[in-house]
Design a protein around this ligand. Structure first.
Ligand code: SF4
Ligand code: SF4
Length: 394
């Protein structure tokens, strides 16, 4: 398709999706940006849909307005709260599709992404990861894991993702999953030359780059004969499950590591012996929960750790609140926000009287750790990934 045709198709698709929106604003209070952008009603979910709708309808072309539209559209964390609210209370508008296509359109118009996100995309293009990490550095990190490379005899591919080699907290998380896999005698392996699943490029609207990464991954999976993938990140899980063609992924089982651990518990291949007497809460990652309906597996694992008492957030499971890191937001901050969402979540955790926030996503982990530091409650509230907790309980 020619460039102009692509733009026209995107505009048509967006208007078709947003034709369902009746501007009732029932979705508005469900948007986490509602709490952090007071008085700026155009910033929330219905603001996004209206801004996008009228920008296309009226053919906005002045740079200032388009930059404003870009800021509104890229501030969304794609947490899907609004879409759930709209489905429950109103017209079931497919807001997430509108946001994604809106970003694609802004990339086509050379308005998107946010300036600070460009570096992540350049890195993806150059190194196939969004963190500017040369492949040699990544390989060194992989060697440090002490895990076998995936081969034809391997049952499970542990797909590590890009964040673990880059961030010390996520490095610990990945090593904890490796330790659990070693304990259970599962034949697993990793790909030394693993590349990004494509999530950041897709969520920032750079679809061609996403398609390129997707093709490379699919070729690699096929060449190696991968039949079972266990991911560290809910974002990689979501991409493999929902954004790689069904046909190409036929015969490949994909699980998030919490699902894999829950299965091992059911099969009596994993049990925890050490007691951990702690009151904890669980932060549902949006791309595990709302996007993929995985709420029970991580809770089952938690309940199997002796001594753990789970106290749910008032907004948990489908109503859970985003950590602030989805939809490309790990690479973009906005002046319109007076507070980080993770800080609000940390304050809520203190209110319900827990000693620890447990999560199961690299980006939730990073954001919650930052939140605890920024609220200055490191002595009162710990943050851990579920896999780390499991290792402690072995
Ligand atoms: S709830 Fe649905 S229909 Fe109502 S404003 Fe939000 S997106 Fe539009
Ligand atoms: S996806 Fe989340 S952050 Fe984005 S508009 Fe909807 S509720 Fe707000």
């Amino acid at each position: 398709m020619q460039e102009q045709e692509v733009k026209e198709q995107l505009k048509k698709d967006i208007l078709d999706i947003l034709a369902y929106c009746i501007n009732c604003r029932f979705c508005f209070p469900s948007c986490p940006r509602f709490d952090i952008t007071p008085g700026e009603s155009y910033q929330g979910s219905s603001g996004i849909t209206r801004s996008l709708y009228y920008a296309i309808k009226w053919g906005l072309d002045d740079k200032e307005s388009l930059n404003e539209l870009r800021d509104i559209l890229y501030s969304c964390m794609t947490c899907k709260n609004c879409e759930v609210a709209c489905k429950k209370l109103s017209t079931a508008t497919k807001l997430m599709d509108a946001v994604e296509k809106g970003r694609q359109l802004l990339i086509e118009e050379m308005i998107g992404p946010m300036p600070e996100q460009k570096r992540a995309l350049e890195s993806l293009e150059r190194y196939s990861n969004p963190y500017g990490m040369p492949p040699s550095e990544r390989k060194d990190w992989i060697k440090g894991l002490g895990t076998p490379s995936f081969s034809k005899e391997t049952e499970v591919l542990f797909y590590v993702g890009c964040t673990a080699p880059h961030d010390p907290a996520v490095d610990k998380m990945a090593k904890a999953v490796v330790k659990l896999l070693q304990q259970t005698k599962v034949k697993f392996g990793i790909i030394e030359d693993e590349i990004c699943c494509g999530n950041p490029s897709l969520k920032m609207g750079e679809v061609l780059l996403f398609e390129d990464l997707r093709e490379k991954n699919l070729n690699q999976f096929q060449e190696l004969g991968v039949k079972h993938i266990v991911t560290l990140s809910p974002h990689c899980y979501d991409i493999f499950m929902n954004r790689y063609p069904e046909e190409a992924m036929k015969g490949v089982k994909v699980q998030h590591y919490t699902q894999f651990l829950a299965d091992l518990i059911d099969q009596k291949k994993l049990a925890f012996k050490s007691k951990i007497e702690k009151k904890v809460t669980y932060q549902d990652p949006c791309y595990l929960g709302r996007h993929n309906d995985i709420y029970d597996a991580p809770r089952k694992v938690l309940h199997n750790i002796p001594g753990i008492k789970l106290v749910e957030f008032p907004q948990a499971r489908i109503d859970s609140v985003c950590c602030g890191g989805g939809g490309g937001r790990m690479w973009a901050d906005f002046e319109s926000e007076i507070e980080r969402i993770a800080n609000l979540r940390v304050k809520e955790a203190l209110e319900i009287g827990v000693e620890m926030i447990v999560t199961a996503c690299p980006w939730c982990l990073i954001n919650m750790i930052d939140g605890v530091k920024s609220v200055n409650v490191e002595d009162k509230l710990a943050v851990k990934d579920l896999a780390e907790l499991c290792v402690e309980a072995l």
